[in-house]
Design a protein around this ligand. Sequence first.
Ligand SMILES: [Cu+2]
Length: 253
Amino acid sequence: MRTSRIATLAATAALVGLPLAAGPAIANAQDGGELTAELSQLNDSGASGTAWAMVDGNQVEISLETEGLLDGAPHAQHIHIGGQNMCPANDQEGNGFEGALQTSDGADEYGAIAVSLTKEPGMTGAEHGLDVDNFPAEASYTYSRTIEVSEEVAQQIAAGDGVVVVHGVDHDGSGKYDGDTKSDLDPALPSEATDPAACGELNAAQMSMPHGGVETGGTSTAGIEYPTALAFGTLALGLGGLGLFAARRRATK
Ligand SMILES: [Cu+2]
């Protein structure tokens, strides 16, 4: 009887400790931590990828690796912010070709374009979201750029509100962007050119950026924040246990 009660108390205290343990890590990301995103396919595109981002003031250093995209066609790519700051499901249907998800169909999930991930010399504002001459145009590519954004956008990305979306899907397998459905972003383009192909939510890093300051900033920050989180969790567990024991003692008296 006594043993099972103690076991229950410990389990309850552990539950109480969990949300507290997550706190310090989130606060740390807002101070300019590292973020990562695993990109997975939308529209059954077969595309995938990984993104890393580091926010420092109003500078965002971002790297992106993709694969499985249509080769030889430009892939508009952006950081979206807004909506629920998340990705739609791969099987989510929209208003496009045979129910394909068009860019605006996912706005409730990933919001609007906040940063255009163009290559030099392309501009990076939201209004340059369809600068097709300056986007990567390979099936698999590596992209890296440090971009100046507004303070608000920097804070939103650091807080985990950014969603990386790569566009361009060859729905009919013709090997190029074509078809009668027009883009919801620009009716001069086929919808295939702008439909979302892959999406990933930028969250506090689970792995390090493959280049640039990996051994210094990223690793040491992670080394500090994790024990802090553990300490908070242990403290919460201890306090939770004490509180419950005190309540039990009062109840027995
Ligand atoms: Cu986009």
